[in-house]
Design a protein around this ligand. Structure first.
Ligand SMILES: *[C@@H]1O[C@H](CO)[C@@H](O)[C@H](O)[C@H]1NC(C)=O
Ligand SMILES: *[C@@H]1O[C@H](CO)[C@@H](O)[C@H](O)[C@H]1NC(C)=O
Ligand SMILES: *[C@@H]1O[C@H](CO)[C@@H](O)[C@H](O)[C@H]1NC(C)=O
Ligand SMILES: *[C@@H]1O[C@H](CO)[C@@H](O)[C@H](O)[C@H]1NC(C)=O
Length: 263
């Protein structure tokens, strides 16, 4: 019985369905090198499996109708399977439960060339992956239980007392940001919020959603939400928080306003 690890690619799709539109589809190639890398987080160092040394892994970002080729080179110690989460029944192995402490990365599908979002064009488009961190090294057969910490794009933030880095998002005053939120935590519903900002939900699990406003968002394991953030508060810094709905721990990041509009 060999150990096996999983690579989870979580899908965030937002496109308009318009079969009459001509779109210049491309072939897009990605090279993934699965490698062990050392990370120091939560006051200790351990080895984890990564794609190209990064945690979370690199993002796949394509347009609708493109064909994606992913060449996977396994340089790690374990056999690996790749799961595509959120692609409804279209790909084998989709919609399995995410396993804790596996590698994960985002798969973003943009509208095809010539298509637009059904809302104002965002200033920029960012992916935010909520993840988890375990102190121990996890191999198959180890049931880890609850995570020791939660991450925002790989950062643990300042609440754990370990000098961990915080995820920092720089926004321009009056800018409009499309955030692609992905809950890659195996077994926890996560609550995400940005202090003093209301967030507009525009997409859910890879399709457009009726717009709704909220000051905090709840994401089930494996769920993706596409939201708009208006940087319309006083210029300053605000906390981003991500916590499991069970509420035991929380992770913070920071939004910094810049005043590039001259205000
Ligand atoms: C991964 O690393 C390889 C070798 O350095 C590089 O050619 C490739 O473009 C990288 N892939 C991604 C997705 O960053
Ligand atoms: C905390 O991190 C900063 C930046 O990485 C580093 O300069 C500093 O020495 C660290 N402090 C401790 C106590 O580890
Ligand atoms: C999921 O979390 C609950 C509560 O934290 C725990 O009791 C349960 O064992 C976990 N299940 C898995 C599959 O990790
Ligand atoms: C997050 O956790 C820190 C430290 O445990 C605590 O001081 C803070 O009040 C918590 N914040 C939220 C929003 O729960």
């Amino acid at each position: 019985m060999g150990s096996q690890k999983h690579v989870f690619i979580l899908l965030s799709v937002l496109f308009l369905f318009n079969p009459l539109l001509f779109s210049g589809a491309d072939d897009v190639y990605y090279e993934f090198f699965l490698q062990e890398a050392e990370f120091t987080k939560l006051c200790s160092t351990k080895t984890v499996l990564t794609v190209n040394g990064s945690f979370p892994g690199p993002e796949i970002r394509v347009r609708r109708d493109d064909t994606v080729y992913v060449n996977v080179h396994n340089q790690g110690r374990f056999a690996v399977s790749i799961d595509w989460e959120g692609v409804e029944d279209s790909i084998d192995g989709a919609n399995e439960l995410i396993q804790p402490a596996t590698v994960h990365g985002a798969f973003v599908v943009l509208p095809a060339a010539g298509e637009e979002y059904p809302f104002s064009a965002p200033t920029s488009d960012l992916t935010i992956i909520l993840g988890e961190w375990f102190r121990q090294e996890l191999t198959e057969g180890v049931v880890p239980g609850q995570a020791d910490a939660y991450t925002i794009n790989g950062h643990l933030g300042e609440t754990y007392g370990c000098n961990d880095t915080s995820y920092e998002l720089q926004v321009d005053y009056q800018g409009l940001y499309l955030l692609r939120l992905i809950n890659a935590v195996a077994n926890e519903t996560m609550v995400f919020a940005i202090a003093q900002h209301s967030i507009t939900i525009v997409g859910r699990d890879a399709s457009y959603a009726r717009r709704s406003f909220s000051s905090s968002l709840t994401l089930a394991p494996g769920q993706t939400l596409d939201v708009l953030l208006s940087a319309n508060q006083n210029v300053g810094q605000y906390y981003i928080t991500a916590r499991p709905s069970s509420g035991r721990l929380n992770t913070t990041g920071i939004i910094y306003y810049t005043t590039s509009t001259g205000l």
